[in-house]
Design a protein around this ligand. Structure first.
Ligand SMILES: Nc1ncnc2c1ncn2[C@@H]1O[C@H](COP(=O)(O)OP(=O)(O)OP(=O)(O)O)[C@@H](O)[C@H]1O
Length: 891
């Protein structure tokens, strides 16, 4: 538990504030910070300790389906079938407990994800700027906040200025300016011009600030303490299944009610008919389905996190599965983001002094710090300067800098001022037009058209080789000039030369792109880099089939919506180069309006709108900004394009597995209902082949574990060789119902009925004749065991949707084998244990009967295997027939 620091007035002037916080402009010493951490507690929002689990458990009993079951139990009680009433109550209890545990697990899986994305902060400790976990910040720490950072504590600015997005606190989306030396305006805390708050994000600028409050004592902590934790939103899949559950429950109730008069007419007596109707209802209401699906999604989330893709909500798993387009950036996602300068171009030809001047200017015009912190482009420039013998020390550079015009993703350049020099570096087409002079062998000279043409040609040559090219320039900058603003300062520059660097594609990307293509997913590149550079990298990883269509930011801006739709609609993969954040948003909107499910990557502050608009916004865990991570649905902990494709595959598999257990659970309905129909239609001449408790034992006992195991099935071969699922296609479609009820259900019903009549025939039964109790029990036990045997076959059949069982391996799902072993033991206990025989109306089966049942699993599975083989053959034939037309449309 955190304690509050002695009342700190964050609005007092810095000197007094420092005195109160016993700190200074150089921050705290680590020992003092560690001491304060134990006193004040970690800087994090404590989750509500009281998890309200009793209420959550209670909520399981007020679910409509549970209430329906309770009514059934009461009816059974009044109908004097106490055993049934007790069984139904047991079902209610089991179900509630099961659903509760599953929900808790799902919730925990999502919450645990936070651990994958630890927040960090740049903080002064022992006088040095270090990266530390945000949870270790304490009052008195001096932190640095820059563009893209999420502010992790309440703090007062002591140096610099930033624009902050306060929407998390006040809902205001326009950024507000906060500066260290702002006038003190009395009024609400949130409007104070010198304060920044935890939970807000910095959209521009750079500043230092002293931490005043941490953890639950921050403004956002107070809000969090007040507000309840929001409920987890149901995903479309869960909503769909809930609807289906209701339809099935309604059908079960209708069937139960309809059975009443039929049962009575067939001579069953009211009490027996009622108990039977209740059994029908209880058995066919798919109570466990929804929590099982939630759990399958949660398992998907956990698995994705292990594979490097952290998703923030359960529903992302299924959305991923229907992704049709990936819009990816280039640097760091397709490439390694490890830049190395390989070429220099100097206006006056190769000479050492000029090369050193170029390297020094480029390295001075950076904000990156050493090692793994900072923009790889800038780190490459720092390395270049060191190699050329003019090393630039990051701390000295920062200290000497008098002005910084930050990198602007629109103009694609940045400038810094040190002493009387302004240095500019950026995209050549942004910097070259600002240059009027060059530095060549003889000193500063006019920039002639010939040299300009040579520079442009060189840029293209480098870019076609896949290199990233920057132009570097400088000028003398007087204070008066700087006062006239950035535009006036960045003019009349002297070109020092071009720097070209390689950034090789990641090794796993070409295969991932090929996988995406096979899965019918198109990949567009949207990059800030130059067209030819991006086109070369795209070609290297296989995007665009060798016919790269490059659309520049300027071309995109000039393009009307209709033209953009046409461009995106014609099936090509496109490289959008020199793109702006607005362009990214437009492409996203255009794709979505065409019905595409778009996964879009982004890393900058300006990418946040596009990340929010995309179906799956993907941010980078390593290189991206906090703001982008906030806006995204999925964060890649390894920044790798290949991980996106793997996540899509996992999404498809989870969806498939949900269908597998739905198929399995639905299939038993037919063999359970058909015996009643026989009994009813024969007017009672055929005895009832199955008792209520036996039905319950199947649906709520033997089947549970195999169903769960199907949710963990591995990916089916060909999963990534079929086109994306239409987002409109429901999880329960006609094919699934036909397979569950028509094929597996009817086959099972035929076998089960055969087993029942065979047992009657062996007992010498004649239609309408009475049967001894022992013979009747044995016959119903045959039906019971028959259904169990058939469901084993169904479980194996359900493991694949199209593929053959052999292709995935008969014994590859260990959980399922365990589940089936449990099913067999459970059934054997009911059949052979005398006390249970009395309750469930079962009788021990002999060798002949077991031999009769033995082939059932094989037969049920075999019929489905033939069906799938037929589907595959038909599929490949149609694919064959369609192939020529495909070809002609692309040629
Ligand atoms: N630190 C920098 N200083 C100056 N110019 C830069 C800097 N970083 C990039 N640029 C220039 O701006 C261009 C666009 O960079 P930006 O970071 O927007 O995109 P990118 O990293 O090339 O690609 P992607 O959008 O695929 O990540 C680069 O091609 C380069 O010319």
């Amino acid at each position: 538990m955190t304690t509050a620091p002695a009342e700190v007035d964050e609005r007092q002037p810095p000197t007094e504030l420092f005195r109160h916080l016993r700190s200074g402009p150089t921050g705290l010493r680590s020992r003092e910070a560690a001491r304060r951490l134990t006193v004040y507690g970690p800087n994090e929002l404590s989750r509500r300790q009281t998890r309200h689990w009793p209420r959550q458990l209670l909520a399981q009993f007020t679910q409509p389906l549970a209430v329906l079951l309770m009514v059934a139990a009461v009816l059974a009680w009044f109908g004097h079938t106490v055993a049934l009433a007790a069984a139904v109550v047991a079902v209610i209890l089991l179900n509630a407990g099961f659903a509760f545990v599953q929900e808790q697990q799902a919730e925990r899986a999502v919450e645990a994800l936070a651990a994958f994305l630890p927040m960090s902060a740049r903080v002064l400790r022992d006088g040095e700027l270090v990266e530390a976990p945000a949870r270790e910040l304490v009052p008195g720490d001096v932190i640095e906040v820059t563009e893209g950072d999420r502010v992790c504590a309440d703090a007062r600015l002591i140096e610099g200025a930033v624009a902050v997005d306060l929407s998390a606190l006040n809902g205001e989306s326009a950024p507000a300016v906060r500066t260290a030396d702002g006038d003190l305006v009395p009024g609400p805390l949130l409007e104070a011009r010198e304060l920044v708050f935890s939970g807000t994000s910095c959209t521009a600028g750079q500043a230092r600030a002293v931490v005043t409050h941490t953890g639950m004592h921050t403004e956002i902590g107070r809000i969090a303490a007040l507000s309840q934790r929001g409920r987890v939103e149901a995903s479309p899949l869960e909503r769909q299944v809930r609807r289906a559950t209701w339809i099935i429950a309604a059908a079960a109730v209708a069937a139960g009610v309809a059975f009443l008069p039929i049962g009575v007419l067939a001579g069953l007596g009211w009490a027996a008919a009622i108990s039977f109707a209740i059994g029908l209802i209880v058995a066919n209401v798919p109570e466990g389905l929804l929590p099982t699906i939630t759990l399958a999604l949660a398992a998907g989330v956990r698995e994705l996190a292990r594979a490097g893709a952290v998703v923030k909500r359960l529903s992302a798993v299924e959305t991923l599965g229907s992704t049709t387009v990936i819009c990816t950036d280039k640097t760091g996602t397709l490439t390694e983001n490890r830049m190395r300068v390989t070429q220099l171009w100097l206006p006056g030809g190769e000479q050492d002094a000029a090369a050193r001047a170029l390297a020094l200017a480029a390295a001075t015009c950076t904000t990156a710090h050493a090692a793994d912190r900072g923009d790889p482009t800038e780190l490459a420039l720092l390395r270049l300067a060191a190699e050329r013998g003019v090393p630039v020390d990051a701390a000295a550079r920062d200290a000497a800098r008098t002005a910084l015009y930050a990198f602007d993703p629109r103009t694609k350049r940045m400038s810094t001022v040190t002493g009387d020099r302004l240095y500019t570096k950026g995209a050549p087409e942004s910097v070259l037009p600002l240059c009027t002079r060059v530095l060549d062998a003889g000193g500063i000279a006019e920039l002639t058209e010939a040299v300009r043409a040579e520079a442009t040609a060189t840029v293209d040559r480098y870019a076609r080789a896949g290199l990233r090219v920057l132009a570097v320039a400088q000028r003398v900058a007087s204070a008066g000039l700087l006062a006239a603003g950035r535009e006036n300062a960045e003019a009349g520059l002297t070109l020092l030369g071009l720097v070209a660097m390689v950034d090789p594609p990641r090794a796993a990307v070409p295969a991932a792109v090929a996988d995406a293509h096979r899965a019918g997913i198109r990949v567009h590149v949207i990059t800030g880099d130059y067209g030819p550079t991006a086109a070369t990298i795209a070609a290297e990883v296989g995007i665009g089939d060798g016919h790269q269509r490059v659309v520049t930011g300027a071309e995109l801006d000039a393009m009307g919506d209709a033209d953009l739709d046409r461009l995106l609609g014609d099936g090509q993969e496109i490289v959008f180069a020199r793109s702006s954040p607005e362009g990214k948003l437009r492409i996203c909107e255009a794709l979505r309006s065409e019905g595409h499910i778009v996964a879009m990557t982004g890393d900058g502050v300006n990418d946040a709108p596009a990340l929010r608009r995309a179906d799956i916004g993907v941010a980078m865990g390593r290189s991206g900004t906090d703001v982008a991570r906030e806006a995204a649905t999925m964060v890649l902990t390894d920044d790798n394009f290949a991980t996106i494709v793997r996540a899509i595959e996992a999404g498809r598999r989870v969806f498939d597995n949900v269908r597998k257990f739905v198929l399995y659970i639905f299939a038993h309905a037919v063999p359970e209902v058909v015996p009643f129909l026989i009994f009813a239609l024969s007017g009672g001449a055929v005895p009832l082949p199955l008792t209520v408790l036996q039905i319950l034992a199947i649906d709520l006992g033997t089947e549970t574990l195999p169903a769960l195991a199907l949710g963990r099935e591995r990916a089916e071969p060909g999963l990534m060789a079929r086109p994306p699922r239409s987002p409109k296609a429901g999880v329960i479609d006609r094919r699934l119902l036909w397979r569950a009820w028509g094929l597996l259900g009817v086959t099972s019903a035929i076998l089960v009925t055969a087993g029942f009549f065979w047992s009657l025939w062996r007992a010498g039964w004649q239609p309408g004749a009475a049967l001894s109790g022992a013979d009747y029990d044995r016959a119903t036990t045959m039906t019971f065991a028959g259904i169990v045997a058939c469901q084993i076959g169904t479980a194996f059949a359900a493991r694949t949707d199209y593929a053959s069982l052999r292709s995935i391996g008969v014994f590859s799902n260990r959980l399922l084998l365990g589940g089936i072993a449990f099913e067999l033991v459970f059934a054997a206990v009911l059949i052979y244990l005398p006390p249970l025989q009395a309750v469930f109306g079962t009788a021990a089966l002999g060798g002949a009967e077991l031999a009769f049942l033995a082939p059932f699993p094989l037969l049920v599975w075999g019929v489905d295997e033939l069906y799938r083989a037929w589907l595959r053959r038909r599929g490949s034939r149609t694919a064959h027939q369609e192939a020529p037309s495909c070809e002609s449309s692309t040629s």
